[in-house]
Design a protein around this ligand. Structure first.
Ligand SMILES: NC(=O)c1ccc[n+]([C@@H]2O[C@H](COP(=O)([O-])OP(=O)(O)OC[C@H]3O[C@@H](n4cnc5c(N)ncnc54)[C@H](OP(=O)(O)O)[C@@H]3O)[C@@H](O)[C@H]2O)c1
Length: 343
């Protein structure tokens, strides 16, 4: 299906709920699609509106009803949300009730002290900007994007609670918080009658921190879900870098993925993981997504994509048989924590 510039308002695919499983977010009442879509990279003012629109609409057609944003995403900051707002106004407004829109605040987006950090002023100002950019009265999930040790946690949590009480967010989440910070935030939120819905950590075959630091365990005990970001390690857990770095790949054009990390050690491990995937009749990308989703605490794998082809491919990750213990052991051997990171 094409979504060219002069085409009519998009009519969503009728079979959009037949492709993807939905999973319950912790002990809440909210189900999220097993794959969510984020607009961190290749969305914003520098990219073709038509391509961005096509990817967003294709995701929705595949059943990916959860779109993850942040005031910071661009370039420039706020541009990804403004792009999404344009698509929402033109094409997705009739489906607003079917969408889960997330945004985050607290990462720096400007020189002002009120455009950074976890203060009440910063978080609630950012939320106002996000609602304006997205063109919606409320977001479904409002996150504290990262912990701010210079601000009392009570103040940050209080701003999240206010967002819900003001009807500007339905649920709240935290991202990049340590298990200890998460436990404290969850307790404060519970006390205010606004339970923590989800935590958004980085988790992939090459980033084992949530297994090692106890976050997965805490999620099970505390009853919040995990929406895990960069499950493909920004593309390193696909076959695209096995024979070099393609010209249009993120490692060529993003400040967040340096070509330096694509070294012999990386290639050996990725090639070994690729062979495990091939033995199972799937691609490395599909294996990597299935791998994070094997954890019951993981509500959704939060992916990016630079084409509709990648989305079509990745959505099939859920069609394969569960990973066997011996396959998981082989993945552990080659999926070394820290692979693909800059020193
Ligand atoms: N909370 C936080 O602090 C935080 C931080 C980072 C991200 N996030 C969220 O997580 C979302 C996803 O992060 P991410 O983009 O790093 O996730 P990812 O799924 O690990 O990486 C996505 C990238 O991998 C490549 N790719 C995807 N499918 C592919 C396939 N089948 N074959 C080959 N290449 C493929 C594409 O890059 P190219 O084609 O461009 O190479 C794509 O943009 C973000 O958009 C954001 O919403 C949150």
């Amino acid at each position: 299906m094409s979504y060219g510039a002069f085409e009519k308002v998009h009519a969503a695919a009728e079979d959009r709920y037949e492709r993807l499983a939905y999973r319950r977010a912790g002990k809440s009442g909210l189900d999220l699609p097993a794959l969510s879509f984020g607009l961190w990279q290749k969305f914003g003012a520098d990219y073709s509106y038509e391509v961005q629109r096509e990817i967003v609409l294709h995701a929705f057609d595949l059943g990916i009803s959860h779109f993850d944003n942040a005031d910071r995403y661009g370039p420039p900051h706020r541009a990804a949300q403004q792009l999404f707002g344009r698509v929402l106004a033109k094409d997705l407004a009739p489906y607003r009730d079917e969408l889960i829109l997330s945004t985050k605040a607290g990462n720096p987006i400007g020189p002002s002290p009120y455009l950074r950090g976890g203060s009440r002023k910063s978080l609630l100002t950012s939320l106002e900007h996000s609602l304006r950019d997205l063109g919606t009265d409320y977001v479904d999930i409002f996150y504290s994007h990262r912990p701010d040790p210079t601000t009392p946690l009570e103040e940050t949590v209080g701003a999240l609670v206010s967002a819900v009480q003001q009807g500007k967010a339905l649920y709240v989440g935290v991202s990049n918080y340590s298990p200890e910070q998460t436990r404290d935030a969850a307790e404060l939120l519970r006390g205010a009658g606004v339970p923590l819905l989800v935590h958004q950590p980085r988790y992939s075959i090459f980033d084992r921190r949530p297994e090692q630091d106890g976050l997965l365990k805490l999620a099970a005990e505390d009853g919040f879900g995990l929406v895990v970001y960069s499950p493909l390690a920004q593309g390193l857990l696909t076959d695209k870098y096995l024979d070099g770095i393609p010209a249009d790949a993120r490692a060529r054009n993003s400040q967040f993925l340096s070509p330096d990390v694509i070294d012999d050690t990386y290639r050996l491990r990725a090639a070994a993981l690729n062979r495990i995937a091939e033995e199972r009749g799937q691609s490395l990308a599909q294996l990597a997504l299935q791998w994070v989703l094997r954890q019951p605490q993981v509500t959704s794998a939060l992916i990016g994509a630079s084409s509709t082809r990648q989305l079509d491919h990745n959505v099939r990750a859920l069609d394969f048989p569960p990973l066997l213990p011996e396959e998981l052991a082989m993945i552990d051997e080659h999926g070394v924590h820290g692979t693909g990171w800059k020193p």
